[in-house]
Design a protein around this ligand. Structure first.
Ligand SMILES: [Zn+2]
Length: 219
């Protein structure tokens, strides 16, 4: 009798544990997809997070409509070096003509994005000879001379892609309004040089736009 009760208890315990194991396993299985979804939603890519931080301004934002890409036409440089030149040699009141400078590893990091005071204060650029364009065009300068043998570094190009994608989305700037300096009416500039891979940039932006479209449709 005692043995029978003990066995019965033993069976019950086994049954209880088996049931508990199935319940816990099912919960893990069911909750895994939800957990991974939540995780993705709450963790934007690191670069986007950095750009959100970098591009933050405390003033009212300008209605940017264009992005104009430049090269510095120098092998070396950074935002401080160009700011000094524009402020002290050119005597431009607000200094550095661009809103962003993307480094090539010479005087700033390879692919490092430096943000100008013009951006922080949301002031017009001084990067084209067309003032109407400057009022609504974000100026991005890549350090390097892409007309005389130089090319953007891999990291520099990737940073540019990320930056242009980010700004295009933030200000609803269409691909047709992402321009090279030489496309903006101005006499005699080759900027950003014949070696600037504009076709590759456009391909990357089109791929990004179609992925964004897919993502938006799924939401
Ligand atoms: Zn230029």
């Amino acid at each position: 009798m005692y043995i029978k009760i003990a066995m019965h208890r033993h069976e019950s315990i086994i049954k209880y544990f088996s049931l508990a194991t199935i319940v816990i396993a099912s919960e893990i299985f069911i909750s895994l997809p939800f957990f991974s979804c939540v995780k993705v939603k709450n963790s934007p890519p690191a670069v986007t997070a950095n750009l959100t931080h970098l591009c933050h301004t405390d003033v009212q934002e300008n209605q940017w409509k264009y992005i104009v890409i430049h090269h510095s036409a120098t092998a070396k440089g950074n935002a401080a070096r160009f700011d000094d030149y524009h402020r002290n040699k050119r005597r431009w009141e607000y200094g550095l003509a661009y809103h962003f400078v993307v480094g090539n590893g010479s005087l700033s990091g390879d692919g490092e994005i430096e943000v100008a005071e013009r951006w922080k204060k949301q002031i017009h650029g001084a990067h084209t000879a067309n003032m109407e364009c400057n009022r609504v065009a974000i100026g991005i300068c890549l350090v390097g001379d892409f007309e005389n043998g130089g090319r953007p570094t891999g990291k520099q190009f990737e940073s540019l892609v990320e930056l242009v994608q980010y700004l295009s989305r933030r200000y609803n700037i269409p691909l047709s309004n992402v321009l090279l300096h030489k496309q903006v009416h101005q006499k005699g500039t080759a900027c950003p040089g014949k070696n600037f891979p504009f076709g590759e940039l456009k391909t990357r932006l089109i791929q990004f736009a179609s992925k964004e479209g897919d993502r938006t449709r799924k939401l």
